[in-house]
Design a protein around this ligand. Structure first.
Ligand SMILES: [Zn+2]
Length: 267
């Protein structure tokens, strides 16, 4: 019995799975990983300035560039892939306690999760927020203003600086959201870390926290992570290939045997 078969059986037996997802689950939807070996920031460190809150608040040029890059963000044309859909299967099977994501692209919700299952620890690109009055609203109408010629659109309530409702570098995380993610991890009977290098804290701490509370830990990631040593299984296969079989009822063994049945000659 290989690792994937084991993981399939553990998922079948689990009742409170917490999935923790990172950029790796969205690369198959055409959204680049900013931190990975092929990442945008790894290749061009200057791009990171656009994501630093201090530059953003102090420099109108940085804000103009940021709005242009939001306009062109691949998320607007991306669709959920087989990995995203596999996690929806887990929710429909009644096994998904929470989906903690570091991604800001909103693809988990587009795949069909109920909104209250998804915990976005780094915020969402699909909303804007006023840095002065805290007003929040959808991104679409603000991007329309940028297209219409406003290169640094201001809050219509107070004139303050608007930004995507994401956590930039130098910006504090939202404590209530991090608490919710950590609590969920501690309640899990199986923690599934998918497409994340587990190097960004505090969310990476959800892995040892879940482990300490008695959960099995499974890591699905192309690159090694600092927590591979404490995981019950580490899978390096592409997420869109391995996750659908893991999350289907019966796991990879059932998927393989039904494939064999389908392949058998009919009498
Ligand atoms: Zn405002």
């Amino acid at each position: 019995m290989n690792d994937a078969d084991n993981v399939g059986r553990w998922i079948d037996a689990a009742a409170r799975i917490v999935a923790l997802t990172g950029a790796g689950i969205s690369t198959e939807s055409g959204i680049p990983d900013f931190r990975g070996p092929q990442g945008v920031w790894t290749k061009n460190p200057k791009a990171e300035r656009l994501s630093n809150i201090n530059y953003y608040m102090s420099d109108p040029e940085v804000r103009k560039l940021s709005w242009q890059s939001r306009l062109d963000h691949p998320a607007w044309h991306a669709t959920p892939n087989a990995g995203h859909r596999a996690l929806v299967t887990l929710e429909r099977r009644g096994k998904l306690h929470a989906l903690v994501t570091q991604n800001i692209d909103g693809l988990h919700q587009l795949a069909g999760h109920s909104p209250d299952v998804v915990i976005e620890v780094h915020g969402t690109l699909r909303d804007v927020m006023c840095m002065a009055c805290g007003a929040r609203g959808p991104m679409g109408p603000v991007l329309d203003r940028v297209r219409g010629g406003e290169d640094d659109p201001a809050c219509q309530a107070c004139g303050g600086i608007l930004k995507s409702a994401t956590i930039s570098f130098g910006q504090p995380l939202v404590p209530e959201i991090i608490d919710r993610a950590m609590r969920a991890a501690e309640q899990a009977d199986l923690l599934l870390a998918i497409g994340t290098s587990l190097q960004v804290y505090p969310v990476a701490a959800a892995v040892p926290a879940a482990r300490a509370a008695g959960a099995r830990v499974v890591i699905v990631n192309a690159e090694p992570t600092p927590f591979d040593g404490l995981a019950d299984a580490v899978l390096r296969a592409p997420i869109g290939e391995v996750l659908p079989a893991l999350c289907a009822a019966g796991g990879p063994a059932a998927v393989a045997s039904s494939a064999v049945e389908r392949a058998s000659p009919q009498p």
